[in-house]
Design a protein around this ligand. Structure first.
Ligand code: DAK
Length: 258
């Protein structure tokens, strides 16, 4: 599979491109995905990222089962760690990531969507963590991130059964933010990315980290970090520009971060 990176102004579109295998991932593709996100993280001119799958059937059908089936314990550990590196490169990217889920998001595919900050889905999207049907537990963060997103009871049901969730149910349980006809999905994801990209990139990056802290640490620590980040914002140009523009009744113009 190729991992395509397209820049559209301040927005980057990352496309998992192996439609003949429903964008399933092997070792090499996971490595390239992580490297692509590292590259984006070092590019201050990119303010928001859209992650999607090539074709009309799949976001990503998960790990490549054909490659994975003959792994031994050591190979499984390496593969699992690479999956973690890929999902963390999405989650820990300084810029926000919108997953535009255009079909199947299964196993590792669902976990990549879960590692994204925001999920928009097409009407044909299908989510599942079917790993237990293959003899493995979810291994790229699904047990943690799905649980935090939909709560332990529902996450347990989905992870322990492997049951598939269609787009309408995904919307109802908070797994996705909104659902669109397939041909409108990228347009809607782009509109949202443009709104985010017009905001202060420093404030957006800071807010992304703070939202993550709400899940990754104790609330009291998160509140303390939030207070410090709030103070720090007042030492930066974006705060001056944003508030000055408000007072002057004009649109703010924010510079790219160094
Ligand atoms: N891997 C490899 N090939 C796949 C694939 C996959 N995950 N999913 C689909 N394909 C391939 C099919 O084999 C088929 O290829 P050909 O046979 O034509 O060469 C082609 O894509 C089209 O798929 P189908 O013919 O099956 O299409 P259908 O419409 O009939 O069915 C489907 C679509 C998505 C329902 C079905 O393909 C399916 O159930 N796919 C498997 C989905 C799945 O179970 N995904 C979860 C994978 S497990 C680890 C931690 C985590 C993980 C691994 C390790 N460690 C800590 C060690 C991650 C695990 C996973 O993601």
């Amino acid at each position: 599979m190729a991992i395509d990176l397209e820049r559209r102004g301040s927005i980057a579109v990352v496309t998992m491109n192996r439609p003949e295998a429903l964008n399933a991932f092997n070792n090499e593709q996971l490595r390239v995905l992580a490297e692509t996100f590292d590259e984006i993280g070092n590019d201050g001119s990119i303010r928001c990222v859209i992650l999607t799958g090539a074709g009309e059937r799949a976001f990503a059908a998960g790990a490549d089962i054909k490659e994975m089936k003959d792994l031994d314990g050591a190979g499984g550990l390496t593969f699992g760690r690479l999956g973690h590196r890929a999902t963390r490169s999405v989650e820990e990217l300084p810029q926000p990531v919108i997953a535009a889920v255009n079909g199947f998001a299964l196993g590792g595919g669902c976990e990549l969507a879960l590692a994204s900050d925001i999920r928009l889905a097409s009407e044909n999207a299908v989510f599942a963590q079917p790993e237990v049907t293959l003899g493995i537990p979810p291994g790229w963060g699904g047990t943690q991130r799905l649980t935090r997103l939909v709560g332990p009871g529902l996450a347990s049901e989905l992870i322990l059964s492997g049951r598939r969730v269609k787009a309408d149910e995904a919307l109802r349980i908070g797994l996705v933010n909104s659902v669109w006809p397939l041909d409108q999905l990228m347009g809607e994801a782009t509109k949202l990315a443009e709104v985010i990209a017009a905001n202060s990139p420093l404030a957006v990056r800071s807010a992304k980290q703070l939202v993550r802290l709400a899940f990754n640490g104790q609330t009291i620590d998160g509140l303390d970090s939030e207070a410090r980040a709030f103070g720090e914002a007042f030492t930066m140009a974006d705060q001056k520009e944003g508030m000055t523009a408000f007072v002057e009744k004009r649109a703010a113009v924010f510079a790219d971060p160094a």
